[in-house]
Design a protein around this ligand. Structure first.
Ligand code: GLC
Length: 809
């Protein structure tokens, strides 16, 4: 007992015992503007204020290394910080935060300006090292919840669980499998009406403990490298994600076609089969934009080749597909077959593009093509070579690159620790580079293909690290065609959204196994509300195209994909928003209803918002009734316009033909007429649905050509649309940008506004409007429907000029 107390005492004062030691007392402090340089008894550190709400903490045992990150692309912004020192502590004050760094021993605590604890080190444990493993322990706050961390299984609230980040190939993974394919070491803590984010920017294996097996602390740590974390405060979780993506960057606008329906399978070949799929989609009037080729398009799985038997003239095939409105995406794997005479390999070898053992021989591992070398995407040489090779796909008419197996995955999954990577000029081992490999492959594919195409490429990646959103969309790998996998998929996409990745999808229908008809239909309905909608299935499974499950299924699926296409103006505007503020399209209810305990219950944790208007309640394909939770506010049933009061749960009958979807009162939803693909022009009228509510909303409507980067030069059409229930008006704001909208008219469809007088004023001279008091079709995917009795949906059509227009009601 005595000995035990002695050990604790040593730890508390920061002296080392055996291999465990904490930082110890602060022995010197240097203040450099918004930065503190600290020396402790057993560590050195740097605390930097990045903005009034962001503080970075760096700690290491001996000295701080090169300040380099694959994730963070933006540095601190000029921030006023008051620094106050006493013998006990150093206090930093920003407009929003008080940070107290205790000296004896070193201990960090973050407070609101009025003194409420947001997050603090656990007294006595703080930050400590076991050999080279470093961990920071945080006091577990009463009622604290933890959400986010990217592609992580489990419930929405991760309290009581622990997770590891080590990117892994997971064929047919179980719904409790951790780690999966990608690393996003960023989570959000919630307690007492406060929220904060912690981003641990460390590429080594990292571990997070959200109070698993302990009631004392949450913790995060790494198997090497520095303790290097960003604490991010925010009034709303949205603000925290925006700050986080301010550091790690945001998505660029993807091509519009990539928002359309994507038909995949492992694998479509030969060319006649690809054309049959394309034709059938058109014949059956299933709107679609993409067809994806899996590994069988290659010559013996060799990257950057075509199997000439199966695909004799890829460019001619993609031209035929393009005529039909289809874009082609091809898979690329990092493994490059080690084969004499294979030009790709020989050029890579000559350029020194591959990762190597310490004795300078290439690391060779086995994957689809057999024994392979692997590009070093963490160095200029490797990327330059890859970017050149990938550019050839542009002349083959390819529009999208699907990066797979980039964890790195090799057969046996035992890549040695001692393989070396360039690491931007400071060579590092596999242990340090593993988790950033996928990110850098996606980056290289993006950079190379963007340049070759000279328009927006579509890039998809299976693996990744924080910052992936700058280059790529992500999907959640080899799931199973099982009910709880579909629901897990929903949570995974929401978690990825919390980690700043807006463009996300899953294998809709399931990769391994085969779904029941009910599950298939439900999954396709939910997939229609995923940012990236990809139907995919494995090599020995039943076909998964929309016509594979019988006529009724086809009809329902057609309805939902059609709805997705009619919602494209809404989705594209939301994508634009994500490029500006990093916010996801698929939004867990925790974003807007953070302090409502009901939304974390397992019965409701899968409900999500698609943009800010739609609430989707996913259920399995086999349930006859479902319990749906309606958070505060009013909700319109998408199909009937019936208004449901929030703050209650309701039992709803479930049918295969309808996915429960509700529209939040006060929402604004732009829609277009049905098209079969994004290159087809819709009619010249934009339908703008507005749903009456006590609280209004703002919607930034955004349009551009959908494929080029001209929008960066001002070639866009953007206006703020405001619904103000207090002033009883809807304002179409003045248009910014030089792009001419494809819509000549805007037809407002007003839901639940009664039948009082409507006037449109404030318009530019010469523009016209007409007020039509007729019901219009609601979102009923089965076809036209009338408004419920006593409930009117009224329309007003205005000319879509660039001037402001105000509709009063
Ligand atoms: C991996 C991918 C899967 C793909 C298969 C063949 O398992 O995750 O989507 O179909 O490889 O390339």
């Amino acid at each position: 007992m005595k000995k035990y107390l002695f050990v604790i005492g040593l730890l508390f004062t920061g002296r080392s015992f055996g291999q465990v030691h904490s930082a110890g007392n602060v022995t010197s402090v240097k203040v450099k503007g918004p930065q503190l340089m600290l020396t402790m008894q057993h560590a050195v550190g740097e605390i930097t204020v990045y903005s009034p709400t962001i503080v970075r903490v760096r700690l290491d045992q001996h000295s701080l290394g090169r300040d380099f990150s694959y994730a963070v692309v933006n540095g601190p912004v000029a921030t006023h910080v008051d620094v106050n020192q006493t013998p006990e502590a150093i206090t930093l004050l920003t407009d929003s935060l008080k940070v107290i760094i205790a000296r004896k021993p070193f201990h960090v605590a973050f407070f609101t300006r009025d003194g409420r604890v947001i997050n603090e080190d656990e007294q006595g444990l703080n930050t400590s090292w076991v050999n080279s493993f470093v961990t920071t322990y945080k006091h577990l706050q009463e009622g604290e919840r933890f959400i986010g961390l990217g592609e992580k299984v489990g419930g929405l609230d991760k309290r009581g669980n622990g997770y590891t980040n080590w990117n892994s190939d997971n064929f047919g993974y179980r719904t409790d499998k951790d780690p999966l394919y990608a690393t996003f070491p960023f989570y959000i803590g919630i307690h007492h009406g406060l929220r904060y984010g912690i981003f641990l920017d460390n590429s080594w294996q990292t571990d997070f403990n959200f109070g698993a097996s302990t009631d004392r602390f949450s913790s995060f740590g790494a198997h090497g490298g520095e303790m290097n974390y960003y604490f991010i405060a925010g009034a709303r979780i949205d603000d925290i994600i925006t700050s986080y993506t301010g550091l790690t960057g945001r998505m660029k606008l993807p091509p519009l076609w990539s928002l359309g329906y994507q038909q995949n399978r492992y694998s479509y070949y030969p060319e006649t089969e690809v054309m049959r799929i394309a034709q059938t989609l058109r014949e059956k009037k299933i709107p679609a934009d993409g067809i994806t080729l899996d590994i069988h398009y290659m010559d013996k799985y060799k990257v950057f080749t075509w199997d000439k038997q199966r695909f004799p003239d890829p460019a001619a095939m993609s031209a035929k597909l393009a005529d039909m409105g289809f874009k082609l995406t091809v898979i690329v794997d990092p493994g490059v077959k080690r084969e004499e005479g294979y030009g790709v390999y020989e050029r890579g070898k000559k350029e020194g593009a591959f990762i190597k053992y310490p004795d300078s021989t290439d690391y060779i591992g086995q994957v689809w093509p057999g024994w392979c070398a692997f590009p070093d995407f963490t160095g200029v040489k490797g990327r330059a070579w890859w970017e050149k090779e990938i550019s050839k796909y542009a002349s083959d008419g390819v529009s999208g690159i699907w990066n797979d197996m980039n964890e790195i995955s090799t057969w046996g999954q035992k890549m040695p620790d001692n393989v070396l990577f360039n690491n931007e000029g400071e060579p590092a081992t596999h242990l340090q580079m593993h988790n950033v490999y996928g990110l850098n492959m996606a980056r290289s594919s993006f950079e190379g293909f963007k340049q070759a195409l000279n328009r927006r490429p579509f890039i998809l990646s299976r693996s990744g690290y924080a910052g992936l959103q700058r280059y790529s969309a992500i999907w959640t790998g080899d799931n199973r065609a099982e009910e709880d996998h579909m629901l897990l998929g929903v949570r995974l996409l929401c978690n990825l959204g919390l980690a700043g990745i807006p463009f996300t999808g899953m294998d809709v229908g399931g990769f391994t196994g085969g779904p029941s008809v009910g599950l298939y239909v439900r999954w396709m309905q939910i997939g229609s509300f995923n940012p990236y909608m990809r139907n995919h299935t494995g090599v020995n499974t039943k076909s998964s195209e929309p016509w594979s499950y019988g006529e009724q299924a086809t009809e329902i699926v057609r309805n939902y994909i059609s709805l997705r296409y009619r919602l494209l103006p809404y989705a594209y505007s939301n994508f634009y928003e994500a490029t500006q503020n990093g916010l996801p399209l698929m939004r867990t209810l925790a974003l807007d209803y953070t302090d409502d305990a009901a939304i974390y219950r397992s019965a409701f944790e899968n409900q999500f918002m698609y943009g800010r208007a739609f609430m989707v309640a996913p259920f399995t394909g086999s349930e006859g009734f479902g319990n749906i939770y309606f958070p505060a506010g009013n909700w319109f049933d998408l199909y009937t316009d019936q208004v449901i009061k929030g703050g209650q749960e309701l039992v709803s009958p479930l049918t295969m033909s309808k996915l429960p979807v509700y529209v939040k009162a006060g929402s604004i939803v732009p829609m277009q007429s049905l098209v079969q693909h994004t290159a087809e022009k819709p009619t010249d009228t934009l339908l703008l649905h507005v749903y009456a509510g006590d609280q209004g909303s703002d919607f930034v409507y955004y349009e551009d050509d959908g494929f080029s980067y001209n929008y960066e030069k001002g070639d866009f059409f953007r206006r703020r649309i405001t619904y103000d229930p207090v002033l009883r008006q809807i304002i179409l704001g003045k248009v910014e940008g030089q792009y001419a909208s494809k819509f000549k008219f805007i037809k407002l469809a007003l839901h639940g506004f009664g039948d009082g007088k409507l006037t449109v004023g404030g318009q530019a001279a010469g523009s016209e409007f007409e007020a039509l008091l007729t019901p219009v079709s609601k979102f009923d995917p089965q076809g036209e429907a009338n408004a419920p009795e006593g409930h009117t949906i009224r329309t007003v059509t205005v000319r879509n000029t660039s001037q402001e227009a105000i509709l009063k009601y």
